[in-house]
Every structure is written in structure tokens, then in C-alpha cells.
Design a protein around this ligand. Structure first.
Ligand SMILES: [Zn+2]
Length: 328
């Protein structure tokens, strides 16, 4: 082997190492920027004259984001502020109230729950203490009551015991026994709509017809891969998504990912659910095994831009298979 070749090989190795190093640094920088700290999440983003939201971190729950990895919102009406979801804990709820006070002097009078995942409602206790009315459909409140204690324990594992101090599970004391309900506060209509179980049993969306905005809760994820849990219902989640399409709002505030329009919601959630349900159903009907279906659907180029694709996509196919097979 000539010196020249050795040198070239050496150079190639050096270059390759350099590239790997550069690549890793870039990935780390990107990840650091994606776990937005709680201070950053608590900077409200305005969508219309009245409607604002808190854009949760896209990462998993950490001591840095304190579990605020979802979106919540607030609406300034003529008579007070209506909160859409209360956040992950008592202490974060307190900080959320401060952040809202930077936008308006009006008090928070109502808190609507769109879902029952930990970070959607564990701040309820704080706002309830301040005199706000907790508003939820019966279906949502009963899932919250079933899961609250366990959620507080597991969230404490991710964000630390101290951060969860003061947090109690407080579902709405007088939940609404209906699938649709309109709350009117200060001239603004809030339509609570249950259109099928989704991420959790009893997930709903909130439509503000006067603002042309829908808070979708976990029915829609953008920017990141949605998650299907053993207790999720991928089939009804798709039906709920189609219901959202029939409303066709100008602005969509997803459960996770930045506020957007229906086109992005369709691309990141609707198309994915559509494909999953169609392909898994076809596989089961063709006697394909669970493993075969997971392998066949492993590489979906059109969804690889979604963060956490590698963590969530295969389990999603797996759980959709088990769900559909179990319900045939
Ligand atoms: Zn969620």
C-alpha cells in the first residue's frame, strides 16, 4: 500500500470522524432547542384578538419543562378569562396565572378540560382554589377521576417530587352529562364537542365559532408523531378528526405542536390515522401477523419528518393492530 493511499485512508477516517462529531453536535443542539424550558413555554402566543395559547415543549416530560409538553390556551372574554386546560401541576398553574396577568387584568373565571392526560388537567386544583369554575363533560371528568393519583405519581418521577408538591387530582365537581354543550362567557361561545374516544377515553375538542378556532386536544398532533396507547382508540380518533374537518376552522390549536391550519393537521394526523386504520385492517383481513404488519408499515417516508417517529411509529402500528383485532 502506498503512502499516498494510507494518507487518503487516514484523511477519509479523519473526515468521517469529523462529520460524525459535527453531526452529533448538531443533533444535540437541535434537541436542546426542542426541549423548551418552562419559562419559554409560559410566553403566551396570540392567535386572534381574544385567543392565546401556550406552546408546549415537543420533548418528553423533564425537570426543565415541568411536564408542560402539550398546548393549553386562554380566551379573554368581556367578563373574564376562560382557560382551555390547566397544565401539569399546581405550581405550573400558578405560573400560568401570572403569565396570563401579563396579557389581561381580567380574572380567570372558567377552566375547560379537553382531555384527561396529566398535563391537561392537574393544574385544576389551583384554579379551583382561586374560585374558577371547572367545566368538563362527564366522560372526561370520569377518566380524570380514575387516573389522577397514578398520573401524579408518574409525573413526579419525570419532573421531580418537589415540582409536584401541592398537586391534587381535582376533576370538575359538576360535570356535564352530554356529548355536546355550549358554554357562553362574556359574549364568547365555547362549544364542547365529544366526537369519539381518542388519545384517552372522553377526549373532546372546543370550538369557538366566533373566532374560527378549534382547540383539538389530543385529537390532533402536529410536528411530532402522535402516540397510540393501549387505552387509546385509533378508530374513533380518526372519526373525531373527520368531525373536525367538517367544522373546518381557520385556526387549529393541536394538543401538541404549533398552532396551524387544517392542511397541516390533515398531513400530520389525519393522513397518518387514515393510513394506519386502512392498512392494519387490510392486513388483519389478509391473515397477516402482527409482526408482518409492523414490518410492512415500518418505513413511511411521508411521516418521517415528525419528531419521535422512531420511538412511536412501530408501537402505534402494533397497538392499532391489537385494537382492531380485539374489536372485530
Ligand atoms: Zn397529549
Amino acid at each position: 500500500m502506498t503512502l499516498n493511499v494510507l494518507l487518503r485512508q487516514g484523511q477519509v477516517a479523519f473526515l468521517a470522524l469529523g462529520l460524525i462529531g459535527f453531526g452529533m453536535a448538531a443533533v444535540q443542539a437541535e434537541e436542546a432547542s426542542l426541549d423548551r424550558p418552562i419559562e419559554k413555554v409560559l410566553e403566551p402566543i396570540q392567535l386572534t384578538d381574544r385567543v392565546h395559547y401556550f406552546y408546549g415543549s415537543l420533548e418528553n416530560r423533564t425537570p426543565t419543562n415541568l411536564g408542560f409538553t402539550n398546548n393549553t390556551g386562554f380566551v379573554v372574554t368581556d367578563e373574564g378569562v376562560v382557560l382551555i386546560d390547566s397544565g401539569p401541576s399546581y405550581q405550573v398553574a400558578q405560573r400560568m396565572e401570572k403569565a396570563i396577568a401579563g396579557v389581561t387584568d381580567k380574572p380567570i373565571t372558567h377552566v375547560i378540560s379537553v382531555g384527561s392526560q396529566d398535563h391537561r388537567w392537574l393544574g385544576n386544583g389551583y384554579f379551583h382554589e382561586q374560585g374558577a369554575e371547572l367545566v368538563a363533560l362527564q366522560r372526561t371528568a370520569s377518566t380524570q377521576a380514575d387516573r389522577g393519583e397514578g398520573q401524579i405519581a408518574s409525573l413526579a418521577n419525570s419532573v421531580g417530587e418537589e415540582a409536584m408538591e401541592g398537586t391534587q387530582p381535582v376533576p370538575a365537581p359538576n360535570p356535564i352529562d352530554a356529548d355536546e354543550y355550549t358554554l357562553t362567557v362574556g359574549g364568547v361561545d365555547f362549544e364542547l364537542i365529544y366526537a369519539g374516544d381518542a388519545h384517552f377515553p372522553g377526549d373532546i375538542m372546543v370550538h369557538l365559532p366566533g373566532e374560527d378556532v378549534v382547540f383539538t386536544g389530543d385529537i390532533v398532533y402536529t410536528e411530532r408523531m402522535l402516540g397510540i396507547h393501549p387505552f387509546s382508540n385509533p378508530v374513533e380518533k380518526l372519526e373525531a378528526f373527520r368531525h373536525l374537518e367538517s367544522i373546518d376552522p381557520d385556526i387549529v390549536v393541536p394538543g401538541h405542536g404549533r398552532a396551524t391550519d387544517m392542511a397541516e393537521a390533515r398531513q400530520d394526523t389525519g393522513d397518518y390515522l387514515e393510513l394506519l386504520v386502512r392498512e392494519v385492517t387490510a392486513g388483519i383481513e389478509d391473515w397477516e401477523s402482527l409482526g408482518e404488519v409492523v414490518d410492512r408499515l415500518a418505513d413511511l417516508e411521508q411521516f418521517k419528518h415528525l419528531r419521535h417517529y422512531d420511538d412511536w411509529h412501530r408501537p402505534n402500528v402494533n397497538r392499532t393492530y391489537l385494537f382492531i383485532e380485539g374489536n372485530m
